[in-house]
Design a protein around this ligand. Structure first.
Ligand code: TYM
Length: 335
């Protein structure tokens, strides 16, 4: 029985932002101390919407550089590309035959991403969560650190694991993974609309802080971030109907190592320009050094490719154990 193994992934679609960092990657860095970790570039997930091949190759290198720049240690963790480990797509196919259409029909992310034009969405976008379940269960991960938007996919992953274990009478074969979702960072919102999550695909560049933004970009984006005309209140309750104000205060509190309550105590009655100045300062302190490191790591693409190759070799060995067992359990292996 594997104890405390983590798997998580990030799509290499460019524009990694503060939401990805606070919601996921910063947490990975902390968790690498205490868990056996598999961190994956989810390139097969990214092609569920069209990717320009040249751009995709660059984004894979860039996302690996982000992992390294944020502090993931390739000697301690298995860092790899999903597409270079064949077990992911093999197990995903098997899970396509375990998961029910009704389960997938309930996935809100598909509805959001496909929008009003579902007929034109790729089949991959629809069955995306079964691939994600395969990513996790292939390594029998016990914990999965993610942002709030992935919670429903994780629940589906647990449903698939349970149905597989039941259907094939192999109790406890697949571990039911636990999500690690930290409340404060689980949903970092857009700087332009506090009801929408910060997202790579938002056309408005000013809606997000990218990990490669310069100090000047950060100052400008925070200056233009939407707020309202009221002053900073003295209780969190008074932020309920002020999503943009709440988001900025939340981001500031996280980066300042504080809580919303303490920030409000310190700044209540002040106006937002004061908070924005302080927020720009803490963001610059945290993000600009990461951006510099990303640039440095990207200079040596060969080193990045080597890291990914070593990672995929380890991941292949581990994942093939599960694939072999699964083949035996479901009757695909004749020996
Ligand atoms: P992706 O690439 O969309 O996002 C990567 C991680 O960043 C988190 N995140 C956020 N957290 C807080 N606030 C936000 N605004 C925000 N935006 C993104 C996401 O929750 C995620 O943790 N399907 C996944 C990738 C994946 C995966 C996996 C994750 C593939 N297989 C297996 C875990 C386990 C995705 O598209 O993440």
């Amino acid at each position: 029985m594997i104890k405390n193994r983590i798997l998580s992934g990030v799509q290499p679609t460019g524009n990694l932002h503060l939401g990805n960092y606070l919601g996921a990657i910063k947490n990975f860095v902390k968790l690498q101390r205490d868990y056996e970790c598999y961190f994956m570039l989810a390139d097969l997930h990214s092609i569920t919407v069209f990717q320009d091949p040249k751009q995709l190759r660059e984004n894979i290198i860039e996302t690996a550089a982000v992992f390294l720049a944020c502090g993931l240690d390739p000697k301690k963790n298995v860092i790899f590309c999903q597409s270079s480990v064949t077990g992911h797509s093999e197990l995903a196919w098997i899970f396509n035959c375990v998961a029910r259409i009704g389960w997938l029909n309930r996935m809100t992310q598909f509805k959001e991403k496909a929008g009003s034009n579902k007929e034109k969405a790729s089949v991959g976008l629809y069955s995306y969560p079964t691939l994600m379940a395969a990513d996790i269960l292939l390594y029998k991960a016990t914990h999965v650190p993610v942002g709030e938007d992935q919670k429903q996919h994780l629940e589906l992953c647990r449903d698939i694991a349970m149905k597989f274990n039941n259907d094939f009478n192999c109790k406890d074969f697949f571990t039911l993974p636990e999500p690690i979702i930290t409340k404060e960072v689980a949903r970092i919102m857009s700087l332009k609309d506090g009801t929408k999550k910060m997202s790579k695909s938002d056309e408005a560049e000013a809606s997000r802080i990218n990990l490669t933004d310069s100090a000047d970009d950060i100052v400008q984006k925070i200056k233009k971030a939407k707020t309202d005309n009221d002053l900073i209140p003295d209780t969190e309750f008074k932020l309920v109907d002020r999503p943009e104000a709440r988001n900025l205060i939340n981001i500031f509190s996280i980066l300042n190592g504080s809580t919303i309550e303490k920030t409000l105590k310190e700044l209540s009655g002040k106006n937002f320009s004061e908070l924005k100045n302080k927020l720009s300062d803490v963001l610059i302190k945290e993000i600009v050094p990461i951006g510099k490191k990303i640039k440095e790591f990207k200079k040596d693409t060969e080193a990045i490719k080597r890291i990914l190759k070593i990672g995929s070799e380890k991941a292949n060995i581990e994942s093939q154990k599960t694939i072999k067992e699964v083949h035996k359990i479901i009757g695909l292996s004749l020996s």
